[in-house]
Design a protein around this ligand. Structure first.
Ligand code: DOR
Ligand code: ZN
Length: 439
């Protein structure tokens, strides 16, 4: 008999933690009964004291391919994802060329199919009328069924960010109407361009320090864009997901929309939960991102919303840039974005070590909810399923160092952070659960 037996671990399931052995064979999971004899020829992983999750989902990453492969490639970032227990990602359209045509989308799907470590899905982008027309075709043409199965929805930028993909605002109405009609999930980068422009008007970017970045993209900009999106969602019945929500005002708007029964969901990035504007002092442009770092009160509101279920997903906005690009002068010209896909799970396990109920919440935030919102079709850990398997040691303490992570960018905003909880094994169903050394 071949296969791998994982014995003695605790599986985190949607019904709660369950002690059970798992036999992985022919790409599927079998749950042996108590009389089960360990076959001699099986590989055995002793998971005593370990937690087992299905391969996690990060529904917001930038893998830079094609167009900026000096920063990252699908292959390098897929390995980073896997090393962090993430085996499914949804990748954003601000590449070069942008993913705003069926041709560009098909090219990305073909590249992703050659990548082993991670299941890469893609958001379509839309900044002008032609892109909306292409998305309709992708979603309705029978010939595009395969491509459609790799598409997690459409991404809209309400204001420019890396890649300058701000949508023409006159098109928002039509886009929401089409997505309501065809049930296409919309994910939005919510920052109002007028508020950001007004807040930036008197800033001299040649001389201002990095912390000015947070004032140039203030909390009101996020609130106004979210409110706008909620209005459009109400009008057109379109499901809308707020990307990387960073403010207390955003939390309130999403909570109210949910109470009203609207199809509004949201994600928060680890950096907005863990870092404040005070981090500019030591980290400078390394912690420049959009939306920017906020003050303490926002972090408190975001954590409360993570705990009470207003926040649906944790997603990293993994946005690798080279260290040389981040060091560019003047500071406000440095590109926005931080890597994060490999550190998300260790950071969340660290939070759970202080509040053990949170181990269960990680499953909702990084698997169940993104899987449902973006129709990813992933299976949980159960008899006969083909879930990827992530085994973590919740007690192992270690320090994060960029030089030991796998992203091509080679750095992390959490350099030197002490964490508790480490990914030990990641087994992918599509590889028939072959054990692969990740380091
Ligand atoms: O900080 C960010 N970086 N925010 C974005 O919206 C885009 C991302 C990137 O692609 O670098
Ligand atoms: Zn992003």
């Amino acid at each position: 008999m071949s296969g791998i037996l994982i014995s003695g671990g605790v599986v985190v399931t949607s019904e709660g933690p369950k002690e059970m052995d798992l036999l992985l064979e022919d790409g599927t999971i079998k749950i042996p009964n108590s009389k089960f004899q360990i076959p001699n020829s099986s590989g055995v992983i002793n998971a005593t004291g370990h937690l087992i999750y299905p391969g996690l989902i990060d529904c917001h990453v930038h893998f830079r391919e094609p167009g900026a492969t000096h920063k990252a490639t699908m292959a390098t970032e897929a390995l980073a994802a896997r090393s962090g227990g993430v085996t499914t990602v949804c990748e954003m359209p601000n590449t070069t060329p942008p993913t705003t045509t069926i041709e560009a989308f098909a090219d990305k799907v073909e590249r992703a199919e050659a990548v082993e470590d991670c299941d890469i899905r893609f958001f379509f982008g839309a900044t002008e009328q032609g892109h909306i027309d292409q998305l309709r075709l992708l979603w309705t043409e029978p010939d595009y069924e395969h491509l459609r199965s790799r598409c997690s929805g459409v991404k809209v930028f309400f204001d420019h960010s890396t890649g300058n993909q701000k949508i023409e605002s006159a098109l928002l109405d039509e886009l929401f109407a089409m997505c309501g009609e065809l049930s296409i999930p919309i994910v939005g980068h919510c920052e109002d361009p007028e508020i950001n422009a007004a807040a930036s008007a008197n800033v001299d970017v040649m001389v201002s320090p990095t912390n000015q970045h947070s004032q140039m993209r203030p909390p009101e900009a996020e609130a106004k864009a979210i409110a706008h999106a909620i209005t459009l969602s109400r009008e057109h019945g379109a499901a809308f997901h707020v990307a990387h929500m960073s403010t207390a005002e955003g939390v309130q708007l999403v909570a109210d929309a949910k109470a009203e029964g609207l199809p509004i969901t949201c994600e928060v990035a680890p950096h907005h939960l863990l870092l404040t504007v005070d981090h500019y002092e030591h980290m400078g442009t390394l912690v420049k991102m959009n939306p920017p770092l906020r003050e303490e009160r926002h972090l408190d509101a975001l954590w409360a919303a993570v705990e009470d279920g207003i926040v649906d997903c944790i997603a990293t906005d993994h946005a690798p840039h080279t260290i040389e690009e981040k060091a560019q002068q003047p500071p406000l010209s440095s590109p926005s974005g931080v890597p994060g896909v490999e550190t998300m799970l260790p950071l969340l396990l660290t939070a759970a070590a202080a509040d053990p109920g949170f181990y269960q919440r990680i499953l909702d935030l990084c698997f169940t909810n993104p899987n449902r919102i973006f129709n990813l079709g992933k299976e949980g850990i159960e008899e006969g399923s083909s879930a990827d398997i992530v085994i973590v040691n919740p007690a192992e303490e270690w320090e994060i160092h960029g030089s030991e992570l796998h992203s091509k960018c080679g750095w992390t905003p959490y350099e030197g952070a002490k964490v508790k909880g480490r990914v030990k094994h990641v087994l992918r169903a599509c590889e028939d659960y072959t054990l692969k050394t990740l380091a």
